[in-house]
Every structure is written in C-alpha cells, then in structure tokens.
Design a protein around this ligand. Structure first.
Ligand SMILES: NC(=O)c1ccc[n+]([C@@H]2O[C@H](COP(=O)([O-])OP(=O)(O)OC[C@H]3O[C@@H](n4cnc5c(N)ncnc54)[C@H](O)[C@@H]3O)[C@@H](O)[C@H]2O)c1
Ligand SMILES: O=c1ccn([C@@H]2O[C@H](COP(=O)(O)OP(=O)(O)O[C@H]3O[C@H](CO)[C@H](O)[C@H](O)[C@H]3O)[C@@H](O)[C@H]2O)c(=O)[nH]1
Length: 329
C-alpha cells in the first residue's frame, strides 16, 4: 500500500514525502524533475522520473507499488510566468491534471489530495477569507488550479472518487531536521529572498508597496510552515481513508504578518541589518490575505505545531546556509 506523491521532488512535495516516511507510510514519487531535485527524495523512497500525463506510466506505478491514494503536487507555480505563458500553464496544471485524474479513476483509486492555492480567491477584500468566499483568480496560475478543483468535484460526482482540496496560503520554512527546503535558485518568495539578502546573496530586499491599507502600509500574508502543511495532508488522507466526505480546506494559521514585519524578523534572527528598499507595488498583489482556518481544524482535526514566524525564519535561514555549503562543497 503506497501513496503516490506527484511532484514529490519539489519543495512542498518533498516535505510530504518526509512526513509520510516519518509516519511509517510507503510512498512513491512521480516527478519530471523540471523544478524538483532527486536528492530531495529519501533514498528508500522510489522516485520515478516522468510526466503525470503519461497514463501508461501512472497505471504501471499504481499497479507496481499498490498505490491506494494520490497526493498531487506536480505543477508550474510562478504567477508572472503564467501571465506570460498562459497556455503553457493550462497545459501543465489543468490538462495534465485531467490526464492524471483519468488514470486514477481508471485504476479505481478512491482517495485524492490536491494542492490548490489561495490564488483562487484573487484580490479578496474579505479577511480572514473562508472557503466559500467568491472565487475570482486574477492570474492564469490561479485559474489553472481552480479548473482542477472543478474537475475533481465533477469526477467525484460521476466516478466515486473522493478528494480533499487544500488551498495553501504562503508556504514557508523548511524541514526542522534540515533534510529539505525551498531550493529553487531564483525563487521570489519573500522569506527566501529576505534570507538571501541577510546572507549577502542579494544586495537587499525590495518591499513591493508601502501604501496599502494595512497597519504599516505593506502587504499582509498568512505564512504556513511547510511541515505543518505536510501534516495537513496526512490529516486529509486519514479523513478520506476513514470514509470522510470530499471537501475544500484553507491551509494557513489565520494570522497575518506584513512584509516589513517579516523583514524585521529576518534582520533580528540573522543579526544582519541588510538594506530594505521601499519599492513600488508589484502588479496583482492583494493588500492582505489571511486564511479562515476554522473548517480544517473542525473537520480534519489538524493541529499545527509550528505556527511561529521566528521558527520559520530560522529554518529558512538554516536552509539557505545549507544550500550555500553544498555549493561550496
Ligand atoms: N509554494 C507555494 O507557496 C505554493 C502556494 C500555493 C500552492 N502551491 C502548490 O503546491 C504545489 C507544489 O509547489 P512547490 O512550491 O513545491 O513547487 P515546486 O516547483 O518546488 O514543485 C513542483 C514539482 O512538480 C514537478 N513537476 C512539475 N510538472 C510535472 C509534471 N508534468 N510531471 C511530473 N512532475 C512535475 C516539478 O519537477 C517539481 O518537483 C503546486 O501544486 C503549487 O501550485 C504552492
Ligand atoms: O522581494 C520581495 C518578495 C515579495 N514581497 C512581497 O511579499 C509578499 C509575499 O510575496 P510572495 O511572493 O512570497 O508570495 P505571494 O503572496 O505573492 O504568493 C503566494 O500566494 C499566492 C496566492 O495568493 C500563490 O499561491 C503563490 O504561489 C504563493 O507564493 C507580497 O506582498 C510581495 O509583494 C516583497 O515585498 N519583496
């Protein structure tokens, strides 16, 4: 009995593989290594290099490893890139997910957990934002993910598939044991960028917008630690295996931090007073997006244990140092 983790060599998927591994569960990873890394998958977890849209390959993996559930992380995830290459994003995230879902349905697998995003809410003005808030994604990335949510709902209705959609807010931090972390060289995520500035890998941090209607004028986000997020997936799997109904859940902490607060935390923890430049707004950024997390806590019994910005920053800094050391080695 194994869980098929698509995109398991990537940032969040690799933390899911570690969480499964640590819980004594069998996993098999399917990843095309377009943005993932083979070293991110533990040696004793099988890594199959290939495409989620390769139906014959997916069928072979399901049969060979006795797959009983799927956690689907594989995707392209860069919002501005999705604006420049929408058709590429609809192919990677929607069309290929369709093929995967079909292969899963054909194989008679019942339980499916899908990585969605707070981007499906678009520029929401509701805070905290509940799952039943209006869905108005403003990028092809967000739309490509929302369409997959809809496909899952329709496939569940027609074919008896059961799913949990997890809408992640801002994922950050790294494995507390130092086994994985955000490793994409040119990632644009705030905490990673700030940590790179603290380590002198960037000249400083640009704060995109200081005139938002927020307490200090910079954008507010709900940062969720990546291992807590992986554990939300374990809770989702347990829910489905126990006969729980399909559902959609926000993944965050329900607490926001501003960009300036994050910059301060990284400075304080690193002990480096790197330059922080107040820069113009970045297109498409909502002023504030914080999750309403009552539903996931009530239905899945998920209890995060790492909801601490300082801890997240410490892990992110430690991971950047690890990447540097590997480069130098
Ligand atoms: N990082 C975030 O803040 C964030 C926020 C919300 C949602 N998500 C979602 O979480 C999931 C994982 O994101 P991540 O940050 O770990 O990204 P990532 O780029 O590190 O991981 C994606 C993985 O999928 C693999 N992949 C891509 N296309 C594939 C294909 N066709 N076949 C097989 N493998 C393929 C990549 O090689 C990579 O290992 C994505 O679905 C993303 O939309 C991420
Ligand atoms: O160098 C930087 C980088 C980011 N920011 C700001 O920091 C905040 C967080 O930005 P990130 O790029 O870290 O994250 P986003 O909120 O843009 O995006 C996240 O949430 C989205 C949903 O809203 C998607 O899911 C996306 O994948 C995920 O990374 C934003 O206000 C952004 O403008 C800066 O000021 N300077």
């Amino acid at each position: 009995m194994a869980v098929l983790v698509t995109g398991g060599a990537g940032y969040i998927g690799s933390h899911m593989v570690l969480a499964l591994h640590d819980a004594g569960e069998e996993a098999v990873v399917l990843d095309d290594l377009s943005t993932g890394f083979p070293w991110a998958v533990p040696d004793d977890v099988p890594l199959v290099e290939g495409d989620i849209a390769d139906a014959a390959l997916v069928a072979k993996i399901i049969a060979e490893y006795d797959v009983t559930a799927v956690a689907h992380f594989a995707a392209r995830i860069v919002v501005p890139e999705s604006v420049a290459d929408p058709l590429g994003y609809y192919l990677a995230n929607t069309v290929k997910s369709r093929a995967l879902i079909e292969a899963v349905v054909t194989a008679g697998i019942r339980d499916f957990v899908f990585s969605s995003t707070a981007a499906v809410y678009g520029n929401t003005t509701v805070s905290p934002v509940p799952e039943d808030a209006p869905l108005a994604p403003v990028s092809p990335y967000g739309r490509s993910k929302l369409m997959t949510e809809w496909m899952l709902a329709d496939a569940a209705q027609a074919h008896g598939l059961r799913y949990v959609v997890l809408r992640y807010f801002n994922v950050a931090g790294a494995d507390p044991a130092g086994r994985s972390g955000q490793s994409t060289p040119h990632a644009t995520h705030l905490i990673k960028v700030a940590c790179q500035a603290a380590l002198g890998l960037r000249p400083g941090l640009d704060v995109f917008g200081t005139d938002y209607p927020t307490p200090d004028g910079s954008c507010v986000r709900d940062y969720i630690q990546v291992t807590d997020l992986a554990e939300a997936h374990l809770a989702a799997l347990a829910h489905l295996r126990g006969g729980g109904a399909s559902g959609i859940y926000n993944c965050g902490y329900g607490r926001g931090y501003s960009v300036l607060e994050v910059a301060e935390a990284v400075k304080r923890i690193s002990g480096v007073d790197f330059p922080v430049r107040l820069a113009p707004r970045r297109a498409g950024d909502p002023a504030s997006i914080v999750a309403d997390v009552r539903r996931i806590r009530a239905d899945l019994g998920w209890v995060p244990t790492r909801a601490d910005l300082d801890g997240i920053v410490m892990q992110a800094l430690a991971w950047e140092r690890e990447l540097l050391a590997r480069e130098g080695a």
